[in-house]
Write a protein that binds this ligand. Structure first.
Ligand code: AHG
Ligand code: MN
Ligand code: MN
Length: 283
């Protein structure tokens, strides 16, 4: 696993360089979710593919930017599912963006996730690595080298509320839930970039990030294998919870297609319990 984490550190430095120097325009292509691709999306995807293709541990790759599974080494152990540049449309307004990695052993389903990682490309390059049985570890880069900062623990209750999705397409009970938190004094913290939005809640001790099913996207927008499950793992390892709109742990998801999405809620225990009661979900 160390080889994979070291490779992710090298990838992070390279992608950060591209973000700061590459053309911010669009290609004339789109990805498997039908989203327009930025040159940065494609370049970041290329950097990651190049970095993993010669590592014999890696059996296959699944990318947000490509259809299907890219087989690498038959006797490899892990399949790495990744979002090369999350929130990429924010790069041209100079907001933070990220990369997300889910490392799976065997069939591509949540219970087979063995580790996850994400990188935040912001004023500094930051990295969080998570493996089973330990708290997520937070690192920061300086002159291309990452140093360990701390282990991440979520408080029982936080102050931040990150409500995703187009509000006019929320259903009634979700709107009541979100407004209820603001009435309790929660602060709105939503940039439209999943990685910095979830990173902020983790580092500030807690709160909730929600991307529900909406009338235009009943199954939500965020992809299970390389956005939802990697963060669900990190939030649970940090002492929080990660569920869908039925109250099911996101760590029990079994996607039927590599680009399947899921409604998703990540947060501290108090906020997730509040969501459960707002949604009438029995424990
Ligand atoms: P990506 O850029 O990889 O497609 O991901 C963007 C996602 C995620 O970063 C964010 O939480 C979500 O899009 C924001 O969606 P809305 O603009 O609908 O809130
Ligand atoms: Mn994404
Ligand atoms: Mn992306």
């Amino acid at each position: 696993m160390l080889t994979i984490f070291d490779t992710i550190k090298n990838i992070a430095i390279k992608i950060d360089h591209e973000i700061k120097n590459e053309d911010l325009g669009y290609c004339d292509s789109s990805n498997s979710s039908g989203e327009d691709q930025l040159k940065l999306d494609v370049k970041s995807d290329y950097i990651i593919e190049e970095a993993f293709k010669d590592i014999s541990l890696v059996k296959a790759l699944v990318s947000e930017e490509k259809e299907g599974v890219m087989e690498l080494h038959d006797d490899g152990k892990y399949t790495i599912c990744y979002d090369p540049l999350d929130g990429s449309s924010l790069a041209d307004v100079n907001l933070s963006v990220g990369s997300i990695f889910g490392i799976y052993e065997g069939e591509l389903k949540a219970e087979n996730l063995v580790a996850s990682a994400y990188v935040v490309y912001g004023p500094r390059i930051e990295l969080v690595l998570a493996t089973k049985g330990s708290k997520p570890k937070h690192y920061r880069a300086k002159e291309g080298l990452f140093s360990f900062i701390c282990e991440i623990t979520l408080d029982e209750k936080g102050k931040l509320n990150a409500p995703g999705g187009t509000q006019q397409n929320w259903d009634k009970e979700h709107k009541t839930f979100v407004d209820g938190l603001f009435a309790e004094g929660y602060r709105l913290r939503y940039s439209g970039g999943m990685v910095p939005d979830l990173h902020q809640i983790l580092l500030k001790g807690g709160g909730i990030f929600s991307y529900p099913g909406t009338s235009d996207k009943p199954q939500g927008k965020l992809r299970q294998l390389f956005e939802v499950i990697p963060f669900a793992f990190i939030y649970e390892q940090a002492g929080g919870q990660a569920i869908n709109d039925k109250g099911m742990r996101l760590m029990e998801l079994v996607p039927s297609h590599p680009h399947d999405t899921s409604p998703c809620f990540f947060g501290s225990n108090y906020e997730i319990e509040a969501l459960r009661s707002a949604y009438g979900i029995k424990i």
